[in-house]
Design a protein around this ligand. Structure first.
Ligand code: PLP
Length: 231
């Protein structure tokens, strides 16, 4: 059972690293949530982590996520959609996830709002922000953010929680922090216009320390928790 102990070892290590980064930033660790990005991980591995106390899991691909969500539906897990959203897939997302991090246009938000089942609580959502031109990556440019945020905040079946980003890979901590500081400032600017946003979904295995230093409340970690993905 070497695999078992190494998953739990990595999980404990990541939790300790998050706590250290929080302490170094003068923040309470309870304000930083670990989202375990379980793409390409089988349901059995997710179950193992759930047994260790992890509740929040992130998935990018709907076709891959739905069978896992079904297989684990007896567990009390919180599923976050963190992939690009095609408009013909919004119904499945609205019906099966509790969070969506990657909204970057109103049309998608409106569809999720219409399709969110009435017996479910509002869908918790973040707007994905684009900080640099990167082909194939979604996100709204900062200039379009205020209008989009106001429009989404009015949708009754969604609850706008904050902002998310996937910055380009940057090597050094100072440069990583500058990108994440932009996000912190964008969130503060929106809150100054009357919104009440409490979430910054930013930081992955390679840059979560910088993200926590700049106010991340959700860090999305895949490889650091599960080990390298086969791709
Ligand atoms: C895969 C992925 C992650 C996790 O990346 P790691 O580098 O493995 O931690 C986080 N966020 C998104 C949107 C992803 O697609």
């Amino acid at each position: 059972m070497a695999g078992t102990s190494s998953l739990l070892d990595r999980y404990r290590l990541v939790q300790a690293q998050i706590e250290n980064a929080a302490r170094d930033a003068g923040r309470g660790p309870s304000n930083i949530h670990l989202l375990a990005v379980s793409k390409q991980q089988p349901a059995a591995v997710i179950l193992e982590l759930a047994a260790a106390g992890q509740r929040d899991f992130g998935e990018n691909y709907l076709q891959e996520a739905l069978p896992k969500i079904r297989a684990l539906s007896h567990q009390d897990l919180i599923w976050h959609f963190i992939g690009q959203i095609q408009s013909n897939k919004t119904r499945f997302i609205a019906e099966n996830f509790q969070w969506v991090h990657t909204i970057d246009r109103l049309k998608i938000a409106q569809r999720l709002d219409e399709q969110r089942p009435h017996f479910s609580p509002p869908l918790q959502v973040c707007i994905q922000v684009k900080l640099a031109e990167e082909p194939g990556k979604g996100g709204v440019w900062p200039a379009g953010l205020p209008t989009l945020a106001q429009d989404i905040a009015r949708l009754p079946r969604l609850r706008l929680r904050g902002l998310m980003c996937i910055p380009p890979p940057v090597e050094n901590l100072a440069a990583q922090r500058r990108l994440f500081a932009n996000m912190r400032e964008l969130l503060a600017a929106l809150n100054n216009t009357g919104l009440k946003l409490d979430t910054l979904s930013m930081g992955m295995s390679g840059d979560f320390v910088a993200a926590i230093a700049e106010g991340a409340t959700i860090v999305r970690m895949g490889t650091a928790v599960f080990g390298p993905r086969p791709d």
